[in-house]
Design a protein around this ligand. Sequence first.
Ligand code: SAM
Length: 443
Amino acid sequence: MNALGRHILVEFYDCSPELMNDVIHIENSMVAAAETAGATVINSTFHHFSPYGVSGVVVIQESHLAIHTWPEYGYAAVDLFTCGDSVDPWVSYTYLKEAFQSGHGSSMELRRGQLSLLKRNDFNLETLRDSSAKTIEADGSITRDVWFTERDENIALSLKHTGNQLYKKDSEYQRVEIYETLAYGNMLTLDGMVMCTQKDEYVYHEMITHVPMLSNRSAKRALVIGGGDGGTVRELLRHEQLEEVTLVEIDELVIEACKLHLPETAVAFENPRLNLLIEDGIKYIKECDDEHYDLIIVDSADPVGPGEGLFTAAFYQEVYRCLAKDGVMITQSESPRFNSAVFVEIYDTYKKIFGQDKVYCYLAAIPTYPTGTWSFSYSAKGDARPLQFDAEAAAAFSKKEGLKYYNEEVHAAAFALPNFVKELLNTKPEHVTDEYSAEPINQ
Ligand code: SAM
């Protein structure tokens, strides 16, 4: 070859926008395109941008393949650069055209480093040899840097994963995905939002269940709305005094995905004491009998998609009706730090329904949730109070069950709120500012 390298500039048009936004598919295809052309892959780094678009590079022994996509145009700009003549970059071109379902592609090949224009420097190359140069892993494995990013307007959380998509299906309500993250184990996401991970799910599930159960030892009937990962009912079913535990989950694909890839949370689905219903919680609560439940836990996702209706006054009014005289409602109530406006609005609604002095907020540290500071609400219909609990019984329960987060001190401490949260809880929705909020406040 009369040049050091071959550089093909590629324009792929009429690609599937879906695929152009699928970081896993793109990373896998780019790595496979290099290997199919006979290249030796060293590592790959790919990033999924929000709201859409992917950028990435595969470093090969023979140089690199790079890509940036515009899903909104069904377009990908690709660079195929190989040095030497052991690898034919056109093989990668053909592979990718098919992998991206590109309607048509245009390309231009440049010969890089025309030898006739280059003068070889005659110095001792050994001085250049970098003994620390990273060599290909002995087992041929390549370091793949593929990141999942949950990005909101002002903040984002990125988690590195293996690049293997364990589960991905679209239900009529949402996209259900399971990623194999390196730091937090398998992770369930719905519509690109983190729901739970194997490594920190216990925080959320222990706090949403044991705080109400240890402060209301006479509870016999519990209802969970949402909670399709199974973690909340797993924790509830530790309480033997519960005679009835009902889970109403709208999307059976969430349960399917968790049974396959989050067995620790899904273990409760086999429990004979569980009454599992695949149904819309909003419809279920409307048809439920008055004063039927001692505890109702709203384990919903964020106030978007199928879960939007679970954040309305009408829904909470129905929950109130279905609670026994001394019943308690627990909800995941978002984060005071993440979106103060949503937080303030939620609590204002609870207080209007349950009463100003019957609504409590407690906090927990959940690393994979936006800002890491998450909150739960405790609303009492009758005289139950979250801090009137038997600390010895709570300590014994935490020990007997081998809990990882909840204990009698955490129970009490969770209600010790920082001043900015107390301030937000006493703020009217129309007066909330973004002083404490990561997300902008849309007045
Ligand atoms: N811990 C998570 C969080 O805070 O983001 C939530 C966990 S759980 C996976 C949320 C569940 O609520 C999802 O499985 C979703 O399908 C379910 N869900 C959403 N809307 C629902 C509705 N209207 N009725 C019943 N379940 C619903």
